[in-house]
Each structure stands twice: as C-alpha cells, then as structure tokens.
Design a protein around this ligand. Structure first.
Ligand SMILES: Nc1ncnc2c1ncn2[C@@H]1O[C@H](COP(=O)(O)OP(=O)(O)O)[C@@H](O)[C@H]1O
Ligand SMILES: [Mg+2]
Length: 308
C-alpha cells in the first residue's frame, strides 16, 4: 500500500461527513446452520465501483470453482452494453438480455454452457440501448429469474463499474454483495462510495470484502482494515473479510486464452485462492429473507421500494 496515502487522506477524499457521529457497528452472529443443505438459490452480486479491479474475473472464477465443487451455478452478466463474461470464457452468444427484454427469448433460451456445467447468461455488448436501460427494465431482468423452472444453487451477478442505478439495483436484488477491491486509492474510494450508496439508498447492510491483485494475505488484511475503519465509522454496515486473490501471471494468460484459470490451471496461485473463496461462500449461513420488501432475485412476490 502506498504509505503516503493514509486513512486521513481517505477520509478527506471520500467523505464530507467528518463530524457525523459514527453508528455502532452491528455484527450478526454466525448462524448455527452453516453448511446445511440449501433449498433455494442464493444470489451473489460481484461489485466494486471501479473498473478493472477484477469483478468479472472474480465472478467467472468463483462461479466456476463452485461449479467444479458440484454446485449448480448460473452467472448473469449484468454489465449490459459492455458485457464480457462470454469473452472471458470464449463463448459466442447469439442472444443476450436484450432479446429477453424484447420478448424474443426466454431467460432459459439465453443460457450458454461453459465448462463444468457453469451456465452463463450473456449481457450483450456494443448495443447502446442496453447500457441505457431504465429501472423498469432492470427489474424485469431480475424478475425473470422467478420464472426459471429449476433455480440453480447459486446465481452470481457480474455488475458494471460505477454507481449507476443498474449496479445498485442488481446488487440490492442479491442476497450478498461481494466487494472486489485492489490496492489503489481510486479502488478504495470507489468501493466506499458504492457501499455508501447501497447502504443509504438501498438498505444493503452487509458486504463481503475480496482483495484482488495483492501479493499476500497480510496485504489483503491491511486493505480490508483500511476500508473497514472508514465504513465502520461513517456507515451502518458490516464489511466481512471474505478472502483474497493474488496477482498472478497465470490468470492473465488464462484470460488471453479465453479460459477460466481455475479450469485451465487448477494448481495456479490464483486458482487456489478462488477455490478457497468458493469454499468460504459455500459455508455461509443461510441469508435472511424474511420481510423482503425489495425487488430481489428469486424474491417471488416483492414490492418495489419507493423511488424505483
Ligand atoms: N488476480 C489477478 N492477477 C493478474 N491480473 C489480474 C488479476 N485480476 C484481474 N487482473 C487483470 O485485470 C484485468 C481486468 O479485470 P476484470 O475482471 O475485467 O475487471 P473489472 O470486471 O472489474 O473491470 C484482467 O483482464 C486481468 O488482466
Ligand atoms: Mg467487468
């Protein structure tokens, strides 16, 4: 970490709220039923605020690691207009979410099979219209998952960069938000800004931190501490440490070959890290769903919150 860029600078850079009274951090207990068999799909959004921090890489490799562990996994490319999950996996989609919204394809008809049975829903690339969808259309995509005849064990949602309604709606509709952060001031400030928007405007209270492009676990923990110190102080959120992915040349090579590194080189450092992340995710306690009053993946009867 750049030592010259300390916590104080981060406060100054990202908040205008230095005088705000910090809320008491709320830390839920680990549920006793961790590891219990799952009965329904868990939707996990992968977000980060900044572009290029590894959101798509984490979504693809975490998804494939879960698939390799025998889980039924679907991966939704919600970076609509600039979708690239299909590129990372060497897939050639003929249809994408635009066709779902046009009514010319069902969600099921969009599914492409990647290695290990990972199911990919392509987001569509190069169509400006897809990048400019309204909230009603995002809600329609989210609700389309209610119609799936056989929901998967996990739905991973790769989100776009930025703080748009698109990112916020998909993240807020998921059961969990994985926050991918790397050791750059802009990544930390953008991640903080995203956590702030999601907590303040969308009621998301818990985030799972993944440090990407770090050298070791110590660096990952330090990065987590840096963000958690600020979010604990200024926001009413829990920022759990989920894990880290090291900077790995093998991962870059796999991307160039349009393959998931976990599939191509399971022994690579990054592949081991993704396997660990998948193990941790698969041991999460069941998400709390009672009193759902938002648009949610697999939410069934839900009521949109005001302003959507
Ligand atoms: N752990 C890593 N090791 C090496 N290179 C990485 C790693 N994570 C990401 N990258 C590089 O960063 C690029 C951007 O990653 P990507 O997942 O597309 O970011 P995002 O989806 O956040 O925009 C990748 O194409 C890859 O070259
Ligand atoms: Mg991406």
């Amino acid at each position: 970490m750049n030592q010259a860029w300390g916590l104080k600078d981060m406060f100054n850079a990202i908040t205008g709220e230095r005088d705000k009274v910090p809320p008491a951090p709320h830390r839920p207990h680990q549920a006793a039923n961790a590891g219990a068999p799952r009965r329904r799909c868990r939707a996990i959004a992968v977000a980060g605020g900044k572009g290029g921090v590894g959101k798509t890489t984490v979504a693809v490799n975490l998804g494939m690691s879960l698939a390799m562990a025998g889980r039924d996994v679907m991966l939704l490319d919600a970076d609509m207009g600039l979708a690239n999950v299909d590129v990372l996996l060497g897939l050639a989609p003929s249809r994408h979410l635009g066709h779902l919204l046009d009514g010319t394809a069902t969600l099921e008809e969009l599914v492409l099979e990647a290695p290990h049975g990972l199911k990919v829903i392509p987001g569509g690339s190069g169509a400006r219209r897809l990048a400019q969808l309204g909230n009603g259309e995002h809600a329609a995509v989210i609700r389309a998952f209610d119609e799936l005849p056989r929901p998967p064990d996990y739905l991973l949602v790769d989100t776009a960069a930025g703080l748009s309604d698109n990112v916020a709606m998909f993240a807020a509709a998921a059961d969990d938000v994985v926050l991918v952060v790397c050791d750059e001031p802009a990544s930390l400030t953008d991640a903080y800004a995203l956590v702030k928007v999601l907590s303040r405007d969308f009621g998301v209270r818990r985030f799972r931190f993944v440090a990407n492009l770090v050298r070791n676990a110590g660096e990952a923990r330090a990065l987590h501490q840096k963000l958690a110190k600020v979010s604990d102080r200024f926001l009413d959120v829990v920022l759990d440490f989920l894990g880290m992915v090291p900077q790995d040349e093998r991962l870059r090579q796999a991307i160039r070959r349009q393959n998931a590194v976990v599939d191509l080189w399971p022994a690579a450092r990054s592949s081991q890290a993704f396997k660990q992340l998948a193990g941790a995710v698969d041991n999460w306690e069941e998400p709390a769903r009672a009193g759902l009053d938002r648009i949610a993946f697999f939410g069934g009867q839900t009521v949109p919150v005001a302003g959507w």
